[in-house]
Design a binder for this molecule. Structure first.
Ligand SMILES: Cc1cc2nc3c(=O)[nH]c(=O)nc-3n(C[C@H](O)[C@H](O)[C@H](O)COP(=O)(O)O)c2cc1C
Length: 189
């Protein structure tokens, strides 16, 4: 089975979403007895260039090849583990740049007379989410988890599990509690 592990936090070893995404991958490796093939993208240290008109129109051969590789990597993954920090109510912009490369008409989705259809096939997505404040599941100002779920859904992926640590900037006790809850969820995967 092919796993695509993505991190996007800018905080390196201090990052909670990185800690959680790594714990999820380790747990899956244990569960599947090391039969997983893991590909890793660190979007903070190796950001994907923003989409431009030239890239979109296929006028930049190097970027077109990179986009194709990123798209194929997404399409072939059976499991996606994505570390997603909340930055200003949304995602790190590097993760948005990745989304702009995997959302490709005719490849990961298509429009029909009855609306859009996702083409990305069966996948399981784990979102390792970290947030300074507390928002829960349905906050109107959550443009982080809700956005990611919408994008994955749009490409046809509905099996999405969020492992969340939130309230991590609300004092040590809140952070410890959030980490404990998240790691318990991971142990139960
Ligand atoms: C640039 C930046 C913007 C942030 N914006 C928010 C925010 O809008 N809401 C929030 O609850 N926390 C916010 N935070 C706090 C982070 O969500 C929190 O520190 C989280 O743990 C970040 O994930 P990481 O530990 O993987 O880097 C922000 C942090 C940074 C660095």
């Amino acid at each position: 089975m092919q796993v695509l592990h993505i991190d996007s936090s800018i905080l390196g070893d201090a990052s909670i979403s990185r800690q959680l995404s790594q714990a999820i991958v380790s747990q899956l490796q244990q569960k599947h007895k090391d039969t997983l093939q893991v590909e890793y993208l660190d979007l903070a240290t190796q950001p994907i260039p923003h989409l431009t008109a030239e890239i979109l129109m296929g006028q930049d051969a190097e970027q077109a090849a990179l986009g194709e590789a990123i798209l194929q990597q997404y399409l072939r993954a059976d499991i996606i583990v994505v570390g997603a920090a909340m930055y200003n109510f949304g995602l790190p912009s590097t993760l948005k740049a990745w989304i702009d490369r995997i959302s490709v008409a005719g490849r990961s989705f298509k429009y029909t007379e009855n609306g859009p259809i996702g083409l990305a096939g069966d996948k399981k997505v784990y979102i390792a989410s970290s947030r300074g404040g507390i928002y829960g599941e349905q906050s109107p100002v959550d443009f982080q988890e809700a956005f990611l779920k919408t994008v994955f859904n749009f490409t046809g992926v509905s099996d999405i599990q969020v492992i969340r640590a939130e309230g991590v900037n609300m004092g040590d006790a809140s952070k410890q509690q959030a980490l404990e809850t998240a790691h318990q969820m991971i142990s139960a995967l």
